[in-house]
Design a protein around this ligand. Structure first.
Ligand code: SAH
Length: 241
C-alpha cells in the first residue's frame, strides 16, 4: 500500500512540470495575448472577415477603455460597465458594426455615443476622419483624454445630442449609433452621404432590439442586414434630467 502511494507520488512529481506548463499555456500571459485570442475566438470564429477590421481589433488596447478593476475582463466575450449607467459593447458587436460600416481610408465617419471612446479608436485605425458625440460631459471628457493619451489625435469629440448629428461636418460616409433609438433619427439620415452606411440599433430600451445596417441609395435608406442585440438607450436630452 505504502509502495503504491510512493509510486503515485513520484509519478505526480515527475508530471508536475508538464501539468504546470500546460496550465500556463491556457492562461494568457499578457493583454496582447488576450487580445489575439479575442480576435481569433470571438471574431474570426464568427463572421468577422474584413482583414482591416480584424487588424484594428487586434491593435486597440481595449483594457485601457474599461475601469481599472475590469481590465482583466476587457477581452472577454461581453459588454462591460463604464460608469454613469453606460456600457462598452461586446468586442464582437464593435467589430460587426465596424465591418458593416465599410470604412475606407479617408472616409468621414460619425459615431453617436462616445462612451469610453473604444469604438471611436477602432474607427480611427481605419480612417483619419472620426467625429464622435457624447451626451454626458464626464464620459466625453474622459474619452477625449484617453484617446489623446493613446495617440488617437484624429478623433474629434463633442459634448452634445447625437439625435442632431454633427451638421457642420456632414455629410458622412458612415454613421454608427451605439445606443438604441425607437427609429432612425431623421437628422442622421439627412447627414449620410449617398452610398453611405448607417449602422444603428432600432427598438425599445430594455427589450431586444435590431441592429440594422442601412445604405443610402437614391436618397433613401435601404436595409441590408440585421441582428438582434441589446443596447443602452439613445437619450433625448429633455428626458436626461
Ligand atoms: N460606443 C461606446 C459605448 C456607447 S454606450 C464605447 O465604445 O464605449 C452609449 C453611449 O451613448 C453612452 O455613453 C450614452 O451616454 C450615450 N448617449 C445616450 N444618448 C445620447 C445622445 N442623445 N447623444 C449622444 N450620446 C448619447
Amino acid at each position: 500500500m505504502k509502495i503504491k502511494l510512493l509510486v503515485l507520488l513520484v509519478i505526480v512529481m515527475l508530471l508536475a512540470p508538464l501539468i504546470l506548463w500546460r496550465l500556463k499555456a491556457q492562461v494568457p500571459s499578457s493583454f496582447a495575448e488576450s487580445r489575439r485570442r479575442m480576435v481569433q475566438n470571438q471574431l474570426q470564429a464568427r463572421d468577422i472577415t474584413d482583414p482591416r477590421v480584424l487588424a484594428a481589433m487586434g491593435k486597440v488596447p481595449r483594457h485601457r477603455f474599461v475601469p481599472a478593476y475590469l481590465a482583466p475582463m476587457a477581452y472577454s466575450d461581453q459588454a462591460l460597465p463604464i460608469g454613469q449607467g453606460q456600457t462598452i459593447s461586446q468586442p464582437y458587436i464593435v467589430a460587426l458594426m465596424t465591418q458593416w460600416a465599410e470604412v475606407r481610408p479617408g472616409d468621414k465617419v460619425l459615431e453617436v455615443g462616445t462612451g469610453s471612446g473604444y469604438q471611436a479608436a477602432v474607427l480611427a485605425e481605419l480612417t483619419d476622419r472620426v467625429f464622435t458625440i457624447e451626451l454626458l460631459p464626464e464620459l466625453a471628457r474622459a474619452a477625449e483624454a484617453r484617446l489623446k493619451e493613446l495617440g488617437y489625435h484624429q478623433v474629434q469629440v463633442r459634448i452634445g445630442d447625437g439625435y442632431q448629428g454633427w451638421p457642420e461636418e456632414a455629410p458622412f460616409d458612415a454613421i454608427l449609433v451605439t445606443a438604441t433609438a425607437p427609429e432612425v433619427p431623421p437628422s442622421l439620415a439627412v447627414q449620410l452621404k449617398e452610398g453611405g452606411r448607417l449602422v444603428i440599433p432600432v427598438g425599445r430600451p430594455g427589450f431586444v432590439q435590431q441592429l440594422i445596417r442601412y445604405r443610402k441609395v437614391a436618397g433613401q435608406l435601404r436595409e441590408e442586414a440585421r441582428l438582434p442585440v441589446m443596447f443602452v438607450p439613445l437619450v433625448k436630452p429633455a428626458e436626461a434630467k
